[in-house]
Write a protein that binds this ligand. Sequence first.
Ligand code: ADP
Length: 680
Amino acid sequence: MIFKGKDKDDNTFRDKVLLENLYHSIPSAIAITTPSGVVTMINSEFTKLFGYTMEEASGRLLNELVVPDDYMEEATRIDLLSSENMNKVRQTIRKDNKGNRIYISLVARGIFINNELVANLAIYSDISAERKKQLLQEILFNISTAAIKQYDLKEIYPTIVSEINKIWDTNNFFIALYNKDEDKLSLPFFADEKDSFADIPTEKTITGYVIKQNKSVLLKENDLKILEEEGEIDLIGTPCKVWMGVPLRVEGSIIGVMCLQDYNDENKFLMDDVYVLDFIANQVALSIQRRMMLDNLIIARQKAEEAAQSKQLFMSTMSHEIRTPLNEVIGITNLLMQGQPREDQMDFIKTLKFSGNHLLTLVNDVLDYNKMESGKIVFEQTQFNLSDFLEEIMRSYSFRSKAKNLSFDLNKDQFLPVEVIGDPIRLNQILSNLLSNALKFTNQGGIHVVVRELSRNGNQAKVEFTVTDTGIGIPKEMHTAIFDGFTQASADTTRQYGGTGLGLAICKKLIELQGGTIFIESEPGKGSSFRFAITLGVSEKSSLGQKAEIPENFTGLEGKRILIAEDNKINFFVANKFLTGWGVKVTHAENGQLALEKVRSENFDLILMDLQMPVMDGIEASRIIRESNDPMIKSIPIVALTAAIMSENHDKIESLHINDYVLKPFKPHDLFERILKHVR
Ligand code: ADP
C-alpha cells in the first residue's frame, strides 16, 4: 500500500486507491525515482520484467539496476531530456536482474510541481516479441540472399552465424551436416568456447539423437543425464546446461542439424526459441538445397561441355585419320582413269571414284561441322568471276540431272556483278549441298536455280540464290529441325537416300556466319525451295587472265624441274605419275628438312609442298625459303598441297607468300592448271 488515507469516505483516499490499482494493473513496468534517479516506487509489472522486488529496488539508482554498461551514456542523455519534460517513446535495450538483455520501449518524463522537478517517471514495455519477429524477417531475408549470392556453400555459414547472433549468443553454435550413407557427421561450421570436433560418427551423439527422433529438441542438463542413462546418448565433451537442436530438412529427409548450447544458464533457451530456430533452420535448409542444386547444375554443365569437347576432338581426329588413306584411294583412282582402262574396267573405276568422293564429302562435312561448332572458321576474301563460277556449278549438276532424267536450268539476273569478292569455296559448298539434296530427293520434274541481285550499296551487292525442286518435299513440322546437325526429315531417309543430316546444318551456319539467313518453302509431294542471300564485294578489275589457259592435251610443262615435298608415299606416287606423264622432271623430298637440302643443291622451277610433314612441316620450310639470302631460292614458286580448306592455315599461308594451293585429293586438271600458272 503506497497511498494512505484517513477513512473510506474521504475522496482523496478513494482517488489514491484508484490510482494504486491502476498503477499495479497497467501492463507496463513503472518506476518512480527522485530527481537524482534513486528508486522510490516500482509496480508489480516492473518486478515481473526486471526481476527486482520493491525491497530490492528501493533506495538504489534506477540506471544501475536496469541499464547495461554499454547503454549507460544513452540512459544519462534520456534522464536529462526527461527532466526537461520531453515526452518521447524510445526503443532501446535494458537488462534484468540476471543481466539478460531485454528489448523495451521507454517513456521517461519529469514530474513538476510549481515548476520544480519533484520526481522522474519511467514506463517500460517489453517489445522483445515484436523485435524478434522483425529480426526474424531480417534474418531470413539475409540468409536466403547470401545463399543465392555465394558461389561456395561454405561461404554461407558465416552469414548464418552472424544473423543468428542477432537473437542468441552464438559462442556455442554449430551446424552439422549428415552423411546418411556413412552415418557420419561433418561440421562445416563449429564454434564452441570449450570443445572442438572434426568429423564424427553420428551414433550416440546428441545430434544423432535429433536425427533419429526427427524432431527439434530442447534438453536441459537433467534431460541429457536421463538420455545418457537410457543409453540413447554418450555425453562427450564438456557437459552443458541447456542444448537446443533442430533438424535441417530437405525434401523430407534430414541433411543436418543446427544447434545452440549454453554452459551456464539452463533457462537460456525456452521452447519459443526452439520454434524460432526451427523457422530459421527451414530457411537455411532451403538455401543449402538451392545452392546444392545450383552446384549440381554447374557440375552437370561442365561435364556436358567436356563431353561435347571430347566428342568434337574425337570426330576431328577420326576424320583427319580417315582423310589421309581416302586421299590415296582417290589419287590412285584418278591414275587408273588416266591409264586407258578397258571400258568394263572404266565403269568400276568410276564407281570407285564416286564412292571415294562421296566418303570424302562426308568426312569433310564432319570436320567442317566441328570447326563451325567450335567457332574456328575464317572466310576468304578472294576475287572470282561469278558467271564462270555459276557456269561451272551448272555444268557438273546438269550432267548428273540428265542421268536422272530431270530438267535443270539456271536463271541469272542480267544485272548480276561479274567480278565479285568473297569466298568461292564456301559458296560452292552451300550451293552444292542444296543442289545435291535437290537431285537426291527429286525423281521427276526438275531443278530450277535463280540468282539475282537484291540490292547494291557502293561496292557491296546483296545476291540471292534460290534452289527449287519438284521432289518429295518436307513436312512443315520438320522445316526447322532439318537445319539441326544430324537431323533428317524422316526416320527412313538414311536408308532410302543416304546422308548424315549435316549438309543443311553446315549450309545454315555458313550462311549465317556471312550475315545471311536461309529460308525454306516446301510441301510434301510438291517440292522444296531453299533461298538465301549473301553480300559479295563488287570488283571493277577483271579476274580473267589470272587463270591459266589449259591446253587440251596437258602440254607446256615438259622439261620443268619440280620438287615434290610429301611424306606420304602414295600421295607422292600419284603426283609423280601425273607429273612425269606431263614431261616434268620430278625430285622427291620426304620432309621439309630434306626439301631445304635439295633446294640448296639443285635448281627447281617450282615446289609442290605438303603442309603437314614430320621433322619439319611445309609451313616452316616455306618460311625458311622465303627468308633465304639467295634470290634464286627465295623466289622459287611454291604451290601448297593441303587436305584442309585454306581457312585453317589461312593466316600463316598469307604471311608466307605461298603462291597457290591445291586441295588433296587433287584433280589432275586442277594440279596442272596451278603448276602451269606459277612455274618459272
Ligand atoms: P542429308 O541430306 O545428309 O540427310 P541435310 O542436312 O542436307 O542432310 O538434309 C537434312 C534432311 O532434310 C534430309 O535428310 C531430308 O530429309 C531433308 N531435305 C533436305 N533437302 C531436301 C529436298 N530438297 N527435298 C526434300 N527433303 C530435303
